[in-house]
Design a protein around this ligand. Structure first.
Ligand SMILES: *Cc1c(COP(=O)(O)O)cnc(C)c1O
Length: 374
């Protein structure tokens, strides 16, 4: 007698599906890598220069300098601005740890401020209130792909304070027509594989409208060396490699189309979740055109809901579970209660699977699973 058949379980739905993305660019990546292998210009060289020019044009800035990763991009951007020991940099309390690390690595002091409820973007009033004579930069983070209010920040900041955007999650995003990474004085972005524009390893870039700042980043990232064997300042080794640049060029051609698919998927979640009690869908401020790096809802009993989703094959996550001042690394920056909005948000946020190739059927399953969890 045949054994009773068990229903075939659904395939798990990942938080991000990099295999589906690779399938779309596989042929172009292979072709690009063949070229790089034939030329053997592995670090820098024509593939990197081509990507830098294309990404500058795409981003609406005059200069893009490829570096080894997004954290380096932010550190080198700050150092190019002259940030160093004795200086303060203002950073939102809820961000990926790299924003604060970049400040610490540049030798400056991190000054945390709270975020706005709903969007979780930097609280501009709190940032302006935190400015002192020693403040050299503010770092608005375009969290989840939505652009912080850099224009209002700019209008309120004194001349001695620069704006260094953390544009790691916002490739292609705009606010009031202004493009993320092109609004402040300088910006750092990350091409970590899971970002909207992701490489096949670590990679990042600095964006700026200033030729002087771009030159300074290039100098610092290449051993402080303007010419071979000449070292004018103590730099670091942080360069974009050609294999990554050719992946990024192939994906850049699709970035707008992929961001459109992310927007469509986000709108579908909004509709599917509208009648689900206990779920707060993401807040988008007027004028913002987010690129939905992450689709982040808020729920009660978040950890239980997350465990239920994960147990049922839904790759949900938390970005980020611990505000900067409650981490071991930056615990000296505050205690529980100091940044109440960031702390309350961190306990309720839940990132649902979102990527360009996510299907309606998958989204329906995510929402059905969420319904049973609630
Ligand atoms: C990914 C990320 C970074 C750092 O980028 P890496 O390439 O991983 O070093 C910095 N800030 C934010 C907000 C990020 O999401």
């Amino acid at each position: 007698m045949a054994a009773p058949t068990t229903p075939v379980p659904h395939a798990p739905i990942p938080l991000v599906d990099l295999a589906a993305q690779h399938a779309e660019v596989a042929a172009e990546v292979a072709e690009g890598w063949e070229k790089v292998l034939a030329r053997t210009a592995f670090v820098g060289g024509p593939a990197v220069a081509e990507f830098e020019a294309d990404y500058a044009a795409y981003s609406g800035v005059d200069h893009v300098v490829g570096v080894a990763n997004g954290t380096d991009a932010l550190e080198l951007a700050l150092r190019a601005l002259g940030v160093g020991p004795g200086d303060e940099c203002i950073v939102p309390a809820n961000t990926f740890i790299a924003t604060a690390e970049a400040v610490a690595r540049a030798g400056a002091e991190v000054v945390l401020v709270d975020c706005e409820p709903g969007t979780a973007l930097i609280d501009v009033d709190a940032a302006l209130a935190a400015v002192t004579d020693r403040t050299r930069a503010v770092m608005p983070v375009h969290l989840y792909g939505q652009v912080a209010d850099v224009a209002r920040l700019k209008a309120g900041l004194p001349d001695h304070v620069a704006i260094c955007e953390d544009a790691a999650q916002s490739q292609g995003a705009r606010r009031d027509g202004l493009q993320a990474g092109a609004i402040g004085d300088i910006a750092g972005t990350s091409f970590y594989p899971g970002k909207n524009l992701g490489a096949y390893g670590d990679a990042g870039a600095v964006l700026t409208g200033s030729a002087e700042l771009a030159d300074r980043v290039r100098l610092l990232g290449a051993h402080g060396s303007p010419r071979k064997y000449e070292h004018t300042v103590v730099g670091v080794n942080s360069r974009l490699d050609a294999l990554q640049a050719s992946v990024l060029s192939a994906k850049l051609r699709r970035l707008d189309a992929w961001n459109t698919l992310r927007r469509e998927a986000a709108a579908r979640y909004d509709a599917l979740l509208a009648d689900l009690p206990g779920v707060t869908t993401p807040t988008v401020t007027p004028g913002n055109e987010p690129v939905w790096h992450l689709y982040v809802i808020e729920v009660d009993r978040r950890d239980e809901v997350l465990a239920h989703l994960n147990a049922h094959g839904v790759g949900a996550g938390i970005h980020y579970p611990t505000p900067v001042h409650l981490t071991g690394a930056f615990g000296h920056l505050g205690k529980t209660g100091d940044f109440p909005v960031a702390e309350a948000t961190a306990e309720r946020i839940l990132s649902l699977p979102l990527y360009p190739q996510l299907t309606e059927e998958q989204q329906q399953r995510v929402v059905d699973t969420l319904r049973t969890a609630l």
